[in-house]
Design a protein around this ligand. Structure first.
Ligand SMILES: Cc1cc2nc3c(=O)[nH]c(=O)nc-3n(C[C@H](O)[C@H](O)[C@H](O)COP(=O)(O)OP(=O)(O)OC[C@H]3O[C@@H](n4cnc5c(N)ncnc54)[C@H](O)[C@@H]3O)c2cc1C
Length: 443
């Protein structure tokens, strides 16, 4: 086993870090303050081959699967909101790739990600006011009317809402069949009956646009149903006959397991940024909130540079260790996914859960350490940006449920395997004993 990055991975890491530092960082405070879409940075990322199809092709070329998480971490090191504005369209592209026919993938993925110098944006709209973690409760409907589908409903908290060229909308075609009649539809920008609702004002990732989307008798062509009519008919048939589709559910779970390490890597970028800034701050003599010194007159630390104080060292050591631990989980899950090793124990979810929790915990600890004036430092933004990684793409609580269920299922399989092995061994022993008995009797 080799834990060292190879030359190609190191070069890619440096390239992404340079873009994050030189292009993303200078633009971050403005877009964070104004909650504006960072078009100029998105265009620069496209020109540098750090977004869209170019980035997907490059990161997908690595047999270790590490170029993807390295990219996500380094871009988010620059600014999580801008990095999401640059890469958020991949969610829509993944939705099209997962459900679409080859023709639909060829038609819509390039539009969602951009072609050449042309920026393209995608949105993936699932969440509704009453259906977040519980996606079974979706109420947006799609009714067939001749050669068209007619969509009605409201989606909330949609990344790239209102600015996306292509929106993938999950809706139910038969409310009586509930979630088993859900399907995905392509709604191009400017389709009549489709409009942006309220734009959210958020505490973090403010450069990434999040809005409501409203569908009022929104008509789209029949062929905008992802996967096509035949596939939908088969699905509805199964739903009507009451046939359960454990395969469908496990396919969806397996897909999320593959995408979650990238979300974990994004959270790590924030934690790493906060850690590096704090280390630099103390190394260059920055002051520290030191309750020990303030209240207990601890003479053993008085007069020492902050970096030599034990309370500072304790926190920095914990933060560094947690970041490393989370990164190993992220990289392992990415490596497993790339090499076709099933993430049956929830390794993808584990990596996202751990990295999201580490980002929130680390930025909180570092803010506490720097003290009352931390709110006037860059730590304040990283602290705000971190929170979303415990919420979207599966909340931390839901991740825990997923992990424990996948673990239980893996254990059950292992126990059944062990039981079958014991039974088979017992059978062999019994047969051997019978043979011995028979031989003895004959003799
Ligand atoms: C900035 C941002 C961007 C987003 N982008 C998109 C997007 O592009 N597309 C999209 O479709 N959605 C998007 N979302 C929605 C996001 O996926 C949902 O917010 C998320 O799934 C949680 O849903 P909810 O907010 O309705 O919370 P709820 O599901 O209502 O949960 C509320 C609380 O209850 C907890 N909870 C829920 N169920 C359980 C349970 N069974 N056991 C224990 N605890 C539970 C949750 O963990 C949470 O703490 C985005 C959200 C935000 C904030």
């Amino acid at each position: 086993m080799n834990f060292a990055l190879n030359d190609e991975q190191l070069e890619w890491q440096q390239r992404c870090r340079a873009f994050a530092t030189d292009v993303i960082r200078p633009a971050a405070p403005i877009h964070d303050r104004e909650e504006s879409v960072p078009w100029e940075v998105m265009k620069a990322a496209n020109a540098a081959g750090l977004s869209g199809l170019a980035a997907i092709e490059r990161t997908g070329s690595d047999p270790d699967g590490l170029l993807g998480p390295i990219y996500a971490e380094e871009m988010h090191f620059g600014c999580a909101g801008i990095a999401l504005a640059i890469s958020g369209s991949t969610l829509a592209a993944a939705g099209i790739a997962a459900s679409g026919t080859p023709e639909q993938i060829g038609q819509w993925v390039p539009q969602a990600l951009g072609i050449g110098d042309e920026l393209g944006l995608g949105a993936y709209a699932v969440t509704e006011p009453q259906a977040g973690s519980d996606v079974k409760g979706l109420r947006t409907t799609a009714k067939r009317d001749g050669d068209e589908w007619v969509l009605n409903g409201t989606k909330v908290f949609i990344t790239n809402g209102g600015i996306a060229d292509v929106t993938v909308v999950v809706a139910t075609v038969d409310p009586a069949l509930g979630h088993r009649a859900q399907a995905s539809f392509i709604v191009p920008k400017d389709t009549p009956g489709f409009r942006q609702g309220k734009k959210e004002s958020k505490i973090g990732i403010r450069a990434s646009q999040t809005t409501e989307l409203i569908f009022e008798d929104c008509r789209i062509p029949l062929e905008n149903l992802l996967g096509g009519m035949e596939k939908l008919e088969r699905k509805l048939e199964r739903a009507r006959s009451g046939e359960t589709s454990a395969k469908g559910a496990s396919n969806a779970l397996a897909t999320f397991e593959l995408t979650r390490p990238m979300v974990g890597a994004s959270a790590l970028g924030i934690a790493q940024a906060a850690y590096e800034w704090t280390m630099e701050y103390f190394l260059s003599g920055g002051d520290v909130a030191d309750p020990v010194e303030l209240y207990l007159d601890d003479s053993s630390t008085a007069g020492r540079p902050p970096i030599e104080r034990q309370n500072v060292q304790q926190v920095l050591a914990d933060v560094a260790t947690e970041i490393e631990a989370a990164r190993l989980l992220v990289w392992r899950a990415s490596w497993m996914g790339r090499n076709g090793i099933p993430l049956a124990g929830g390794q993808g979810s584990m990596s996202k859960l751990k990295a999201g929790d580490v980002a929130m915990w680390a930025t909180t600890r570092l803010m506490d350490l720097v003290g009352p004036y931390a709110a006037e430092t860059p730590l304040e933004k990283w602290f705000r940006d971190a929170k979303i990684y415990q919420l979207f793409e599966g909340t931390a609580q839901v991740q825990r449920l997923v992990i424990s269920r996948m673990q239980a299922s893996e254990f059950r399989e292992r126990m059944e395997g062990a039981r079958a092995a014991v039974e088979s061994a017992e059978r062999i022993v019994a047969e051997a004993a019978d043979d011995v008995q028979a031989t003895a009797t004959t003799a």
